[in-house]
Design a protein around this ligand. Structure first.
Ligand SMILES: Nc1ncnc2c1ncn2[C@@H]1O[C@H](COP(=O)(O)OP(=O)(O)OP(=O)(O)O)[C@@H](O)[C@H]1O
Ligand SMILES: [Mg+2]
Length: 251
């Protein structure tokens, strides 16, 4: 359905070099080097305000870096130049505060497919709603849904597009254990069965530990440490990482 980048495992899907993003002269993201590879389940953790959502918006091409190089699948983003549509369509994002259309669950999930001119998608929408456990609510208006249901519609709307890269900004914040488990299962399935690259921003360090292969710890816009999950949690190289993952960092 959508274009894919056909990268091998060794080629990064994202490569950031000296990427900064500033607002009103304040640098909120400042990444020296970061490479993310196809098929990874990569988590970004860090305190509130550390720049996690901003970093995801950069990776979703919604914002431009203020300086530095952001490469996606070998394509280098240039200031003032739109990223080609076929590359943008490889990536979908679920926002921290999802905005849904004031219509039914079904209409929300099919919307992105329609925008892409994809017809005859009844089975795909149906299957996606089943995946997120919402098939029985397909005709319900989204304004009447619970918080957990809204999060699942937002996820369904993204995964129905079968993206190569899925960016998730706190997809389980404020959800009960049932919904957390359900959404985590979907992330793992997409990653393991469909080889979707999943980049997960989460406050929940236990979630990062459960799901991710590698984890990045962001503090004041900078990457303190990027490591495989086992190392980052059991033998972090930086004392600030150790303080954060042990819950000692006060923020
Ligand atoms: N459009 C904007 N204009 C001005 N400042 C912004 C803008 N977007 C983000 N910021 C600021 O950048 C900093 C980083 O914000 P960001 O939303 O990326 O943090 P976060 O790590 O996602 O935090 P949280 O965990 O609370 O979601 C914050 O201080 C925020 O106020
Ligand atoms: Mg955020």
């Amino acid at each position: 359905m959508n274009t894919r980048t056909h990268l091998t495992h060794q080629q990064p899907i994202y490569r950031l070099t000296d990427v900064t993003r500033s607002y009103n002269g304040r640098k909120v993201v400042d990444i020296k080097n970061l490479s993310i590879f196809p098929g990874e389940l990569f988590a970004i953790i860090g305190p509130s305000g550390s720049g996690k959502s901003t970093l995801l918006r950069l990776m979703n091409f919604l914002e431009e870096p203020s300086s530095g190089d952001l490469e996606f699948a070998g394509y280098r983003r240039r200031a003032g130049v739109d990223v080609p549509l076929e590359l943008r369509r490889c990536v979908t994002m679920v926002f921290q505060r999802p905005l849904l259309l004031n219509r039914s669950v079904w209409d929300n999930v099919i919307y992105g497919l329609r925008l892409r001119g994809i017809r005859n998608s009844y089975h795909l929408v149906q299957q996606t709603l089943e995946e997120v456990g919402l098939e029985y609510l397909s005709h319900q208006q989204v304004k009447t849904l619970s918080g957990g249901e809204v999060q699942r519609v937002a996820l369904a709307r993204a995964i129905v597009l079968r993206p190569e890269v899925l960016l998730l900004d706190e997809p389980t914040a404020n959800l009960d254990p049932y919904n957390v488990a359900l959404i985590e299962k979907i992330m793992v399935k997409l990653n393991e069965q469909h080889r979707t690259t999943v980049i997960l921003v989460t406050h929940n360090i236990f979630q990062a530990k459960r799901l991710a292969g590698r984890v990045a710890f962001l503090l004041d816009g900078q990457l303190v440490e990027v490591a495989d999950t086992e190392t980052l949690f059991s033998a972090p190289a930086d004392e600030r990482t150790a303080a954060f993952v042990s819950g000692e960092m006060v923020y």
